[in-house]
Design a protein around this ligand. Structure first.
Ligand code: ATP
Length: 205
């Protein structure tokens, strides 16, 4: 599985925020997206995930290949941890619930309702969803928000194993994940002039 992004332009609220974004990822490779707040990282990830169309350019990636880990954890609050993963496993036709519970260290919380978890525990459960998706391309938006140092390291290990198994990852993050093997793509040069000059307040006024 390869992913090729060519000359991509993406928009939010009708305003083009990034243009001319190109990168290639092969099996086992990851890229970290960097850029200041409001520079378009989430918009780019949403576009890569097929949630919104590009303004221009191409994304060579079948939408069903990608798992999108959004800012929000997307949990079913009334279901337990195990039920949440079982729900997603059924959707993806996966039997990896136990592996996901262990992988993101939520096995001891398996019978707790998602609504009763701490922010960091919810985030770990949200990331465990990636493991049951079985999808090769992970598109992750600030995956380590709310995670403590140990959980960031755990997550880095999960990503590394995913890459080791031939997976791909595109990760927007402001923190150092401890993945030195990942390429870094600074989005600043691709910000459109209106975004770079006026900032988002003006652009969306
Ligand atoms: N729903 C929306 N409607 C209109 N504009 C939006 C919407 N959501 C975000 N924007 C604007 O689109 C631009 C890009 O936002 P985006 O969320 O992609 O940036 P980001 O790089 O992910 O930021 P952050 O680092 O703060 O998460 C920003 O100027 C933002 O204000």
């Amino acid at each position: 599985m390869d992913m090729r992004v060519s000359d991509l332009a993406v928009a939010r609220g009708g305003v083009t925020v990034l243009q001319g974004v190109s990168f290639d990822l092969r099996a086992g490779q990851a890229v970290i997206l960097r850029g200041p707040n409001g520079s378009g990282k989430t918009t780019l990830l949403r576009t890569l995930a097929g949630l919104q169309p590009p303004v221009a350019g191409t994304i060579d990636l079948p939408p069903e290949a990608a798992a999108y880990g959004a800012h929000a954890d997307g949990l079913k609050s009334t279901l337990t941890v195990r039920e949440n993963l079982t729900f997603w496993a059924a959707i993806h036709g996966s039997d990896a619930v136990d592996a996901a519970l262990t992988g993101m260290d939520v096995a001891s919380l398996a019978h707790r309702r998602a609504s009763d978890l701490s922010a960091g525990q919810k985030r770990r459960l949200g990331l465990a969803r990636l493991l049951v998706s079985g999808r090769p391309v992970w598109l992750l938006d600030e995956p380590t928000v709310s995670l403590d140092v140990a959980s960031v390291a755990l997550f880095a290990g999960v990503v590394r194993r995913h890459l080791g198994g031939g997976g791909l990852a595109v990760i927007a993050t402001h923190v150092d994940l401890g993945l030195p093997e990942a390429a870094v793509l600074d989005l600043s040069p691709y910000r459109t002039r209106i975004m770079a000059r006026d900032g988002f307040d003006e652009a969306f006024a």
